[in-house]
Design a protein around this ligand. Structure first.
Ligand SMILES: Cc1ncc(COP(=O)(O)O)c(C=O)c1O
Length: 403
């Protein structure tokens, strides 16, 4: 007789050793509250609440019926030549950096995908990767999946969240294959100039390390006289650096999954090779929409920047009125602040208590790395009226907000 005992095939150790993704945990908390009928205002994830530009929507829908090609078939592995050419044009217009479109750019199913696949393409088990800390949480899981050794390079508030490269121990530098930098920075809002990028390029060249620049927020710097730079503006940067861009925040396309990588032909080719085995690039209609966004989306980017600036000012003023002295970030759609003194370093307890009392969901700093402990992130993804409502709810909670 067959044995009918139920059984479970164990997943790989790589996956069973993965910690839960911080936002998956938060979403569970949120969804349970919503299912229980509670009003929730979710300021945890940087998930833009504004719709994409009409021209971008039209490019997608237009592609569906376009008789000159059949967008519904499999596309090409490395993305549409038109998208790659638009990437090169935009890089030149925005940063003055020349990219050879067909060998030095690669469309991605969101930059999260590209970052994880680049790690997979380069990191062997035991190789070290240097991550800024705090950082975008997806870096941790992607590095864990490669069984890489993670070194968390501390970003200090007193340094404007710019790392001290001299903090990297010599032995870690010796084992490291990648250094990730992310400016403007999630979650801290920190920015850097080309002087720092030149130092980082130099450090990577000396230590034979690939510099991965996650540039998802370059269009959300509030000092429009000094817009955030690309690392590729540094002379010689193509020898060591690969840069990732995202259309999620700049063009309100987070759910569409579209970004791209640029850099020297070698790493872009390696990433393209890996991807040809695991995906089939993005849907052509989304690529046509991305072309429209890069070519004609300047106004959307300016409107977004103005709107996030307005929300930032409203939120910072509101928190300070409560007695929570948060800093004013120079970029991004986030506010990063030490939690009020009453919670010590326990940022998860702070987030849980705020949520339980008010239905406002924030992100606990520990989810962004060991050096995020004791901090909290607010995403500016609610319209003015909702931000005013949030402030009323927080005031009504009766907490002591002082730091
Ligand atoms: C620093 C950083 N990099 C990359 C991403 C991923 O963006 P995408 O939507 O392009 O995958 C995010 C998303 O929040 C981010 O904050």
């Amino acid at each position: 007789m067959n044995d009918q005992t139920p059984f479970v095939v164990p997943c790989s150790e790589r996956v069973s050793n993965l910690p839960p993704y911080v936002f998956a945990t938060l979403f569970r908390m949120r969804d349970e509250a919503v299912a229980a009928g509670r009003d929730v205002i979710d300021l945890s994830v940087g998930n833009p609440d504004v719709r994409p530009a009409p021209a971008v929507l039209a490019a997608l829908t237009g592609s569906l019926e376009d008789d000159s090609w059949n967008v519904h078939r499999y596309g090409t592995f490395n993305g549409l030549p038109r998208f790659r050419e638009a990437i090169a044009d935009w890089y030149f217009e925005r940063f003055g950096v020349r990219i050879e479109p067909h060998t030095q750019s690669l469309p991605l199913i969101g930059s999260k995908e590209g970052l994880a696949n680049l790690m997979r393409a380069y990191l062997n088990p035991g190789d070290a990767i240097i991550l800024p800390s705090p950082c975008y949480p997806a870096y941790f899981g992607a590095a864990h999946l490669c069984e890489a050794e993670i070194f968390e390079l501390k970003l200090r508030e007193e340094d404007g969240f710019v790392p001290r490269l001299e903090d990297i121990p010599l032995d870690v530098a010796g084992r490291a294959k990648m250094l990730i930098l992310n400016y403007p920075n999630n979650p801290t809002g920190g920015v850097v100039d080309l002087v720092f990028f030149a130092k980082a390029v130099d450090w990577c060249r000396k230590n034979r390390v690939m510099l991965v620049s996650d540039a998802a927020y370059t269009e959300l710097g509030y000092d429009t006289e000094n817009p955030p730079p690309s690392v590729l503006q540094v002379p010689g940067a193509f020898d060591v650096a690969v840069e990732f861009q995202s259309l999620s925040k700049s063009h309100n396309l987070a759910g569409w999954r579209v970004g791209f990588a640029v850099g020297a032909g070698e790493p872009i080719g390696v990433l393209a090779k890996l991807k040809s085995h695991v995906d089939f690039s993005l849907f052509g209609g989304i690529q046509m929409a991305a072309v429209a966004a890069l070519k004609h989306g300047g106004q959307t980017v300016r409107d977004n920047r103005a709107q996030y600036l307005h929300r930032r000012n409203q939120m910072v003023a509101g928190y300070r009125k409560l007695g929570w002295q948060v800093p004013t970030p120079p970029a991004t759609l986030y506010i990063w602040a030490r939690i009020p003194r009453a919670w010590g370093d326990d940022d998860f307890a702070f987030v849980r208590d705020v949520f339980a009392k008010t239905g406002v969901l924030l992100s606990p700093g520990s989810g962004f790395g060991v050096h995020g402990r004791g901090y909290c992130r607010t995403s500016l993804v609610a319209p003015d009226a909702q931000i005013a409502k949030v402030m009323g709810l927080l005031e009504g909670a009766g907490f002591d907000w002082s730091r």
